[in-house]
Design a protein around this ligand. Structure first.
Ligand SMILES: *[C@@H]1O[C@H](CO)[C@@H](O)[C@H](O)[C@H]1NC(C)=O
Ligand SMILES: *[C@@H]1O[C@H](CO)[C@@H](O)[C@H](O)[C@H]1NC(C)=O
Ligand SMILES: *[C@@H]1O[C@H](CO)[C@@H](O)[C@H](O)[C@H]1NC(C)=O
Length: 328
């Protein structure tokens, strides 16, 4: 009895001595300070969910485990971070962000990038992300839904004949990436893949009901110049059963060739990134990017205080559920 109490007291002491940041040992949530806040939050095309907290605050402690779950679910789609406002080094950061109570959940949204006219994009301070305080219920599902709804979408739906023409004819990028699935909803994970390769590839999605529009492509203008791609798209329309298995197709607009990735077989973002890397250079963000290494170093730095570092093995799966909808 005495022994257990002693152990417990010791445990508390250790917690205090090693800084009581909530997420030091978390595999998905970054503990931020003024030295990395700007680079993590503002130098990205990703949306970030930040929890400003104080370790002693009861509501913060209640929210802690939901945030850990949110971090796991949002991994790869939304950046999740914590700022311990009790640390003197962070006080100014919390004040700058007008944190007046704990916990404050805030989303930082990137500016919309104009892909048609890159020169129009704002730079420097003007490209700071917009902030939005989360006012909803402090429960897992609404928090996750809120964060996912704030992810910028650069995936175009192929839902009209004219869009198919654009898919073939646009010269904005050499390659076009198309998600072919049975569902109309664009999975957020696919939107996040588009963020990783923004401006490098054009991203589209198509679902089976709209495939019949392919037949409207005219021989005179489309079929003649892209016979392989058009034939491929038409073959998808005819083979209903093949669509059971969603896939990502990379179309080379210049040479009229294509390559498929079956995403039920290769299911995580790293596999998708490896596949997409075959065509152009590396992505700007996400798996295989320098930026990802940087973000990992932040996760690792806060964890290295502790001796027992769990391996960050968890991968984001683009599972069937992700394709169906962003299910929890
Ligand atoms: C966001 O994407 C655009 C378009 O590719 C790119 O020019 C820009 O550098 C990206 N922003 C950041 C902060 O990485
Ligand atoms: C082919 O393109 C030309 C010029 O853009 C257009 O005038 C013509 O109507 C198109 N033909 C068909 C069958 O869509
Ligand atoms: C974390 O950092 C340590 C050194 O500080 C390094 O040995 C280890 O490989 C890193 N782990 C990961 C997952 O990056």
């Amino acid at each position: 009895m005495m022994y257990t109490r002693l152990l417990y007291a010791l445990f508390l002491l250790v917690e205090l001595a090693f800084g009581a940041n909530f997420y030091d040992r978390d595999e998905n949530i970054m503990e931020l300070t003024p030295s990395n806040f700007d680079r993590v939050i503002h130098r990205t095309n990703y949306t970030t969910l930040v929890m400003f907290y104080a370790p002693w605050c009861g509501y913060c402690q209640e929210l802690k485990s939901s945030m850990k779950s949110a971090g796991k679910i949002l991994s790869g789609m939304v950046q999740v971070a914590g700022v311990n406002c009790d640390e003197s080094v962070n006080k100014q950061l919390c004040a700058q962000n007008r944190v007046s109570g704990f916990p404050t959940l805030m989303v930082f949204r990137p500016p919309k990038i104009n892909l048609d006219n890159p020169k129009k994009n704002v730079n420097g301070a003007a490209s700071q992300h917009a902030t939005e305080v989360y006012k909803g219920e402090r429960k897992l599902k609404p928090i996750v839904d809120f964060a996912l709804s704030r992810v910028k979408n650069y995936v175009k739906r192929l839902n009209r004949y004219s869009k198919f023409e654009e898919l073939l004819k646009s010269s904005r990028t050499k390659y076009a990436v198309v998600l072919v699935s049975k569902k109309e909803k664009i999975p957020t994970l696919y939107k996040s893949v588009a963020l990783d390769w923004l401006g490098i590839y054009d991203f589209y999605s198509i679902w089976d009901e709209k495939l019949q529009d392919v037949s409207q492509l005219s021989f005179e203008n489309d079929t003649k110049n892209w016979p392989n791609t058009v034939k491929y798209l038409q073959s998808l329309e005819k083979s209903e059963t093949e669509l059971q298995s969603p896939r990502i197709v990379v179309i080379d607009r210049e040479t009229d060739t294509y390559e498929e990735l079956d995403i039920l077989k290769s299911t995580d973002k790293t596999d998708i990134a490896a596949f997409l890397s075959k065509f152009e250079s590396k992505p700007r963000e996400g798996p295989l990017s320098k930026r990802q290494e940087y973000l990992k170093s932040i996760l690792n730095k806060s964890k290295s205080k502790k001796s027992k570092t769990k391996k960050n093995k968890q991968k984001t799966k683009l599972t069937k559920d992700h394709i169906v909808q962003d299910e929890l």
